[in-house]
Design a protein around this ligand. Sequence first.
Ligand code: C5P
Length: 306
Amino acid sequence: MRVRVPAKVNLQLGVGPIREDGYHDLVNVFHAVSLFDELTAEPADGLELAVEAAPYSRVAIGRVPTDARNLAARAAVLVASRLGVEPRVRLRIRKAIPVAGGMAGGSADAAAALVACARLWDDRERPALSRDDLMEMGAELGSDVPFALLGGTAIGVGRGERLTPALTRGTFHWVFAAADGGLSTPAVYAECDRLRDAAGESAPRPSVAEDLMTALATGDAKALGAALANDLQPAALELRPSLARTLNAGRDLGAIGALVSGSGPTCAFLAETDEDAADLAVALDGAGVAEQIVRAQGPVPGATVL
Ligand code: C5P
């Protein structure tokens, strides 16, 4: 069983107040891009996990846990318990999505493992897991997992897991600048709270940006670039000041939109055409402001069996 699963970039990440469960109320416009991890699952004596970098990728796999903490391993255990079977599976993950990069790589791997294990342990003797079952298990594993199953472009509310697909037209061309070393998502949310406290601001109740939704529906890349917004960006910049240089370099080199992806540190740049994206990627590479530059297009489908 081989499953391909995309990275995401947040086109809008509106962070509201902290809830009682410690999560923040979000308005999260997710967009799946053609930067993929690949997961294979095959029968084994127990639960085994191996992680390798995809060919030509410089993704730092050293920081990915290969034990039971790995979100893909946890996904396999969850599927097994739901089906009442033993989690006897060998999972192999080929990573191209930056690790702890704000592109939901771990969530993507979990989504891939849900799909792969549900298929692997599918048996006529018992009812198969439905798409809704997988979405529900995904939400249990992490806020971004359901979107990695769904793909495309979608609005997530709640802690980001309650999804509605968004209408989009055409293809958007992206360049991503992956940084050396990741950022911890909880640390970035905590910094966002701290900055708001220090400024005496109360958290706004986020709402979907109408100009963003119109830009998506009409396929207007320039308008999309102008509408990109991430409430976590000031916190990511505070924790990693060098990102300001990366963002400025992208803007100076012609990006029509620039923002930190999710909790960072990956920076996302929008270009108007495929050719512009190619030029921007080369220029950013030359500027030496990132560990690795990758191009990708969106939207693309979520976790897919190959
Ligand atoms: O759900 P997930 O495990 O991906 O979230 C990682 C961390 O991000 C959480 O532990 C929390 O600190 C933060 N988070 C949050 N509010 C959300 C989603 C995530 O504070 N809506």
